[in-house]
Ligand binder design. Structure first.
Ligand code: BDR
Ligand code: CA
Length: 317
């Protein structure tokens, strides 16, 4: 089994990603760490407990991490995820916040990775603040990881922030943390950029079939997706786009990436419209060795098969 730590800012698509990881027989989720991003970190913690409750995995330890970005405080993604990160819905599971571990997320990451040297795949589906702090606590943190798969960054400079900037949300929220991770983590890093999300969309009919399944997990999933689907309609995306769940799939099955490029990439820290943008030296003009593998194309049939199986495994309602 692949041993995972999932660092998230749940978040609708973080919820989908966690549900996918929990349903996979080839994955063992050792910890879920929470960071401020789509919403405040306490909401993130609550949402993770809700997801674990729905998926019958409340035994997995959840850690509270950084409440703010390293330098300036990014803006939460209320326009898409609501104020509480799961669209401010009534009727989601009640949870006991005392279940949140007292150890800080960045300390927990370091401890668990130290106890499992070379065996942990770190899945990052939120801003990279917790990971950057883990690195500052222990410069060897990255060297002790097996690999790191990140939802974030760009390949062409197309953003997904309300203000129209060129950066992807997770990198835009904490550019310094993203910079540190790309420059210092020193383990194999795969990124799935916002442009790659747009280039790998899924048929609406396929999603509709999942939304019509009536198990408790599937009902939770369709409920939290409802308002975000209105946004997809508004933006007139030709298909459904998956951010965070794709990163889980890449972490578990590298062959799901059918096209990629190895490149040296950094993060713009200045710039009125480009702060947080990932900048790739695709012509290798700087003669610097690649520090990331950028996933460009996904085997979408395989992704659909993996995600469908989350909801088809049992009929419990
Ligand atoms: C990323 O931003 C967040 O809103 C999503 O959860 C995803 O991790 C996509 O840019
Ligand atoms: Ca996320």
């Amino acid at each position: 089994k692949t041993k995972l730590i999932i660092d998230c800012d749940a978040g609708i698509d973080d919820a989908q990603a966690i549900m996918l990881a929990l349903a996979r027989p080839d994955a063992e989720v050792l910890a879920i760490t929470c960071v401020s991003g789509n919403t405040e970190v306490d909401h993130v913690c609550r949402n993770v407990l809700r997801i674990l409750t729905i998926c019958d995995h409340i035994e997995i330890p959840v850690y509270r991490g950084c409440t703010k970005a390293l330098v300036d405080h990014g803006k939460h993604a209320k326009f898409y995820h609501g104020l509480d990160g799961l669209c401010d819905l009534k009727g989601l599971p009640e949870v006991d916040m005392n279940l949140i571990q007292t150890e800080h997320a960045s300390c927990a990451m370091n401890r668990i990775v130290g106890e499992n040297q070379g065996k942990i795949t770190l899945i990052c589906i939120g801003p990279l603040t917790n990971v950057a702090v883990a690195l500052r606590l222990n410069p060897d943190f990255g060297k002790q990881l097996k690999k790191c798969v990140i939802m974030g960054g760009n390949t062409e400079g197309q953003g997904n922030i309300e203000d129209g900037s060129a950066a992807e949300f997770n990198f835009h929220f904490d550019p310094e943390a993203a910079y540190m991770v790309l420059h210092e983590l020193s383990c194999p890093i795969t990124t799935f950029s916002w442009e790659a999300v747009l280039q790998n969309q899924y048929p609406w009919d396929w999603l509709k079939r999942i939304l019509n399944i009536k198990t408790s997990k599937a009902i939770f999933h369709s409920t939290i997706l409802r308002t975000s689907l209105d946004k997809h309609n508004e933006w007139q995306f030709p298909g459904y786009s998956f951010c965070d769940p794709t990163v889980v799939a890449i972490a578990l099955k590298e062959t799901i990436v059918t096209k990629s490029r190895d490149v040296f990439a950094t993060v713009e820290l200045q710039g009125r419209l480009s702060r947080g943008q990932m900048v790739s030296d695709s012509r290798n003009l700087q003669k610097t060795p690649p520090n990331v593998k950028q996933a460009l194309e996904i085997d979408r049939d395989l992704m659909m098969e993996m995600f469908s199986s989350v909801f088809e495994e049992r009929s419990d309602s």
